[in-house]
Write a protein that binds this ligand. Structure first.
Ligand code: PEP
Length: 261
């Protein structure tokens, strides 16, 4: 069947989930996995909790089956929503790569539009974070995407070309592991989405420009539209935000991906 190279589903919890809620989420998700063949398919599930929950999520997973076995096989992993642009332990408020590795983190979201828009994240900082992540063996999930105004002005490809410049220092080996998430800003948290065909076309453009083989789609992905996106030939999975907060909904998204493998 189609997606021989496998799929990636990454849940972005943003600023949500207390330690207690994170534990409950994991218990429920683990229960759902226990009754399904999902633990066996070529599908990487990445959970990106808030920083305060990273440690407890890592510890909790060790006590759960099948989640622990999936984590050992690389089928379930933890992602951070931030990483310091400095490898020198000298930026107050940031988190260095060694601290992330220490709590079992393997992936890191970089360049999310909410950081670009509300926190003044620049392409320069994004490029530095990419280098720190890659040089410490963390897998970046680099988010790119145009705003509504840029979309309306027909500037999507121009904007993506600029945003993809942050990859210029990445080696060929690094490009093999980096994941890009195409997230049109106007689709994030809005319930609006591009058509799956349009998202696929833009993702094809990103792949051609970047030589990154794994590109996923994010922006109002839910359990009803996930299969339509994931069944597109160039879309390698998704980055749901709001829909990842409910373990049942997130499970159904993962399940719809597994049917394509
Ligand atoms: C996101 O958090 O990156 C995201 C795409 O959010 P949502 O799925 O809620 O639109």
């Amino acid at each position: 069947m189609g997606k021989q190279r496998g799929l990636v589903i990454a849940g972005n919890w943003k600023e949500n989930m207390t330690v207690e809620q994170a534990g409950q989420w994991l218990d429920e998700f683990n229960r759902l996995l226990s009754d399904s063949p999902l633990a066996e398919v070529n599908l990487r599930i990445v959970l990106c909790p808030s920083t305060t929950a990273l440690y407890v999520v890592n510890e909790h997973i060790k006590r759960l089956s099948p989640l622990k076995d999936m984590a050992e096989k690389g089928l379930f992993a933890i992602g951070s929503q931030k990483i310091s642009p400095s490898g020198q332990h000298n930026r107050t408020g940031e988190i260095g790569p060694d601290l992330l590795l220490n709590v079992g983190v393997q992936y890191v979201i970089i360049g999310h539009s909410e950081q670009r828009e509300f926190m003044g994240e620049t392409d320069q900082l994004i490029a530095e974070r990419m280098q720190i992540a890659c040089s410490h063996g963390l897998i970046p999930i680099l988010c790119v995407g145009e705003t509504a105004d840029e979309y309306d002005a027909g500037e999507t490809e121009k904007v993506l070309t600029r945003q993809l410049e942050v990859l210029r220092k990445c080696t060929d080996d690094q490009r093999k592991t980096i994941i890009i998430a195409y997230e049109p800003v106007w689709a994030i948290g809005t319930g609006r989405t591009p058509t799956p065909e349009d998202a696929n076309k833009t993702i094809r453009f990103i792949k051609d420009k970047s030589s990154i083989p794994v590109v996923i789609y994010g922006g109002s992905v839910n359990d009803e539209n996930a299969a339509d996106f994931f069944s597109q030939p160039d879309i390698d999975g998704g980055l749901p935000g709001g829909a990842s907060l409910n373990p049942n909904t997130f499970y159904r998204i993962v399940e719809s991906a597994s049917h394509l493998l």
